[in-house]
Write a protein that binds this ligand. Structure first.
Ligand SMILES: [Ca+2]
Length: 417
């Protein structure tokens, strides 16, 4: 299985079974029509079945109609505070936008022209596995955006609970798949659940399949991150997990916000720094300080917990970036609005500057042709340079829009009215 990052490995398994082809929400009243599978492949694996989920005829999104526009303006010099301090906490958050104070819990990100993408790093040629191949995150290219507001933290369990309390919304992972949608699937597999990181007891070959450390767990969902016996009690300030892209869109709509474009997310995550490998600067551990919730130890079997967290951490545990945003590296992956295509950055780089890119008009993942995927950003508590360094702001993940995991969440944005 040739694929990108750990975050999406779970998505790629497609042994997620919690996908109805349509589901309804109580508020806002809306029904997503999930298309029939192109190539349903019920394959028993780890007591699960592998499903080809959404095809390219997935529901229309805002990016479907998006038109990328480019300008021929010369490349601008002096982008985004290249002389800024490399340690994020020394920078000052922007709190006031063009129309007064920020909405509660949001930060103003001033519009500008900036460089997107992940710079090459020493050792990149020593690719130990497919996940270290970040070619889809290159080349660096210039993008121009208008200003916007963004959540200072990932959406928390507490915030998601409020949404559910007010709307009665049921997430995808909480709905059992219908037998008619999965012909041939054993009935015992038609149970609601989600994908949970489940490290094996012994050492594994990281060049092998990531099936080795992921499992479909019946009963796992946002309220039970590790399965039915787990709870979010005491984890109110942790990011919500096990949310599919559609779940995130529903939340954002309810909150009168939206998901960020990939470009918006990356501009915000960079915190005013220019072309840095990390959201705080050039070094992963400046002065040996741990700057984000990632994985330390020997992946995936032995987490040394040097940062104190095996899974999610409460938001605001680690230092903010230069714009005052927390956990834009590590903790949980975050959904972006864009469709995923690996060559998209190459396409944009043909322009001097691309104005407000909204993502490609459709998705293509050569690792899984026909499987539509959305972009994910930021990496998670499972990212480690041993396997996946996509906690870099230019890094990209990709995911099936109907599949959540216990290391995938989101934050929202809002444009001035
Ligand atoms: Ca950790």
């Amino acid at each position: 299985m040739k694929d990108v990052c750990l975050s999406n490995r779970q998505q790629d398994f497609h042994y997620h079974t919690g996908l109805p082809h349509s589901y309804t929400t109580n508020a806002p009243k809306k029904q997503f029509k999930m298309p029939k599978h192109h190539s349903l492949q019920p394959i028993l694996f780890l007591h699960l079945f592998l499903l080809g989920l959404l095809g390219c005829d997935s529901p229309k999104s805002t990016s479907d109609s998006a038109q990328n526009s480019s300008t021929n303006t010369p490349k601008q010099q002096g982008l985004s505070n290249s002389s800024s301090a490399t340690v994020a906490e020394s920078a000052k958050p922007s709190t006031n936008g063009p129309k007064g104070p920020a909405p509660e819990g949001m930060v103003w990100i001033p519009g500008e022209i900036f460089w997107m993408g992940a710079p090459k790093r020493k050792g990149d040629s020593e690719i130990a596995n497919d996940m270290r191949d970040m070619s889809d995150s290159r080349p660096l290219h210039q993008v121009e955006l208008e200003g916007f507001w963004i959540d200072e933290t990932e959406v928390t369990n507490e915030q998601f609970q409020k949404f559910v309390d007010e709307t009665g919304y049921v997430t995808i992972a909480e709905i059992a798949p219908k037998a008619e949608d999965y012909p041939g699937a054993p009935p015992e597999n038609l149970v609601a659940g989600s994908v949970v990181f489940t490290p094996p007891a012994g050492a594994v070959d990281l060049r092998g399949s990531s099936y080795q450390w992921w499992a479909y767990v019946p009963g796992a969902n946002w309220k039970h991150p590790e399965g039915p016996d787990s709870t979010i009690e005491g984890r109110e300030k942790h990011p919500v997990v096990h949310v599919g892209w559609f779940d995130a869109v529903e939340y954002a709509t309810w909150a009168k916000k939206r998901l960020p474009t990939e470009a918006e997310w990356e501009l915000a995550a960079r915190g005013g720094l220019d072309r840095k490998g990390y959201v705080w600067g050039d070094e992963f551990r400046p002065n040996n300080k741990i700057m984000a919730n990632t994985f330390q130890g020997s992946f995936p079997t032995k987490n040394s917990l040097e940062d104190g967290f095996a899974t999610t951490s409460p938001v605001k545990t680690f230092p903010p970036n230069g714009y005052g945003l927390y956990d834009v590296a590590g903790n949980v992956w975050e959904w972006a609005n864009d469709w995923y295509r690996p060559e998209y950055f190459e396409t944009l780089a043909r322009n001097d500057v691309t104005k407000n890119p909204m993502g490609p008009s459709n998705s293509f993942d050569p690792a899984e042709p026909g499987q539509a995927k959305r972009v994910m950003k930021g990496g998670s508590f499972l990212c480690t340079d041993q396997y996946c360094s996509r906690y870099m702001p230019g890094g990209r993940g990709k995911g099936d829009p109907v599949t959540g995991t216990n290391h995938l969440g989101f934050r929202t944005v809002k444009s001035p009215e």
